[in-house]
Design a protein around this ligand. Sequence first.
Ligand code: URA
Length: 436
Amino acid sequence: MNFCELIRRKRNRGRLTQKEIQELVSGYTMGRVPDYQMAAWLMAVYFRGMSADETIALTMAMMNSGKVFDLSGLIGPKIDKHSTGGVGDKVSLILAPLVAACGVKVPMVSGRSLGHTGGTLDKLAAIPGFRTDLKFEEFRENLEKVGVCIMGQTRDMCPADKKMYALRDVTATVDSIPLIAASIMSKKLAEGIDGLVLDVKTGTGAFMCRIPQARRLARTMIRIGTKMGKKIVAVVTGMWEPLGETVGNAIEVVESIEALKGNWRMDLEEVTLALGEEMLIMAGRAHSYAQAHRLLLRALTQGKALEKFRAMVKSQGGNPRVVDDYSLLPQAKHSVAIMSRSAGYVRTIDALQVGLLGVELGAGRKKIGARIDQSVGFAFKKKVGDRVEQGDVIVEVLASSAKQGEVVAEKLREHIVISKSAPRNGGRVIARLTKL
Ligand code: URA
């Protein structure tokens, strides 16, 4: 096949057939298509887009580039949740055990942090001994025994996505709707799930900054999932300020455990429960949002969700005592407080800038494979809409050196706006898309 012709056709707004897309993806995975040709094709897609049929063909080619898990032998519905990526997004750590505590199997293949967005696997890695590099057999066994398992992509799962994502990351082709949709859906469909609830983030800290774009991404993923015979819904949620009150790794684990104990910020609770309601309805465990909501709250107040988290940590090799003793998690050496210089209300805390400054602290990576510092991050004492008096602490910067903490604190101050009047608070859940 002449790959240069495929690039030219896409560049000239033409369409590719399923066979051509299949050949291009398998050729790239096997090394027959070099990086420079794939990079050029990705850039052509970035500018010209893809039709619905092309996007589905790309998803299938990526999914079939590796192993597709078969969980059909497991009894009960298997429902996963996936977020398109945000800042302070620790929802998976809370939601997966919570929904499993309501009797739904939650097989979750998650990612690491990249760019300004955090990653579930990096947060879980803060728990001493916790393993996410599981084999499929262990994944299946944990799902059978505990009902929930969170692991990383195995070596043989969607290798095309691994290679293409790494290339997109260094060729400015990440924020393309068909490429994001195919990347996410190929991995999710390879998990062997029955249904998927998508958390499509929008706002400064998301890949889709504007709401109409996020809705388009959501609809594209719903179309792919439906075509592949899966149940799929999307919840569009705001990512203008970080979610919850922490950003980092160990510190987000603490906030997640506290949430499972019933102590959480309203925005984190709102997003987690909205996604949980969709999962329970999809699994047939509830018939309405109100009923699903009650079931979730009961699992929390009865301590079942926390016990499920403890069981998940234990089954994946982690120290379950972290649930009661946070000192077992990595601790930052230095803390620098940012105090308000005036009285008023917090109007803005820019999620993108917090994410980027988190990377500067070492909480995320600038390059694939770079080591991260689990102990650093941010602890917000005030959130958008909160009243502040002059001298109140807005956020504590947790750093590995006092100097670094000071530098980051100085930069972060620029991205926190205090105003005289209270901003309007519309909540985090913007839309629930259950049908095309
Ligand atoms: N997450 C993914 O897995 N892929 C993308 O392209 C973007 C976010």
